[in-house]
Design a protein around this ligand. Sequence first.
Ligand code: ZN
Length: 230
Amino acid sequence: MKLLEATMEEVGGKVGLLPIGSVEQHGPHLPMGTDSIIAEEVARRVEERFPEHVLLFPTLYVGCSMEHKGFPFLGVRYVTMVNYLLDLLESSKSLNLRGLVIVNGHGGNESVLDIVQREFNFSSPPFKVHVVNLVGKDAHLFGNVDLHAGSAETSKMKAIRPSLVREHKLREVKDTSVKEGIFSEITTYEASPHGIINDGDVEVNEDKGRVSIEKAVEEISEFIRKKYLR
Ligand SMILES: [Zn+2]
């Protein structure tokens, strides 16, 4: 069930599912909302599997994207995001949830989510938060690590929203290498004029994208089944 469509009498006793992404440059070929679109799609498919047990939260589209400074992005500071999420979790106690799964499509949110998860879970809340990060899990599929706007994200977008992939723009891309200190000491703007951080050429493979998306859906579904439905 979708939280935005549920009445107050229907929300209780479910497992919350919260997709989080970003609004930031994704190279010359992918949309600004890539991380949000992917996280939202994965969460939507999970909710579809368990409509009676899962409560799908509205997607948090804007996250922490300061590592893209110099390129176009929308974002909030890390500290702001920590407080925003803790407030959101605090208020979600009123929903009488059994648990909350956060589906995160953006690498820049991971450190914040780790803090939020610990802060919340160790304060004896009525339910626990579980974080699933979607980025960086597909090295076995592609033979290289996509840290930003590379093979995995491009292929996933190709599988779910093909019209949003401007594939011809990839011809302009000359360098996708992973530079030392990327995301912690240097921005994507300082690392590459193309804004792509992928350890090798960008592979566009719809089938692999589909496999990656389905794998994430299955991983989250299995967690929900095991923890809440057995
Ligand atoms: Zn991304």
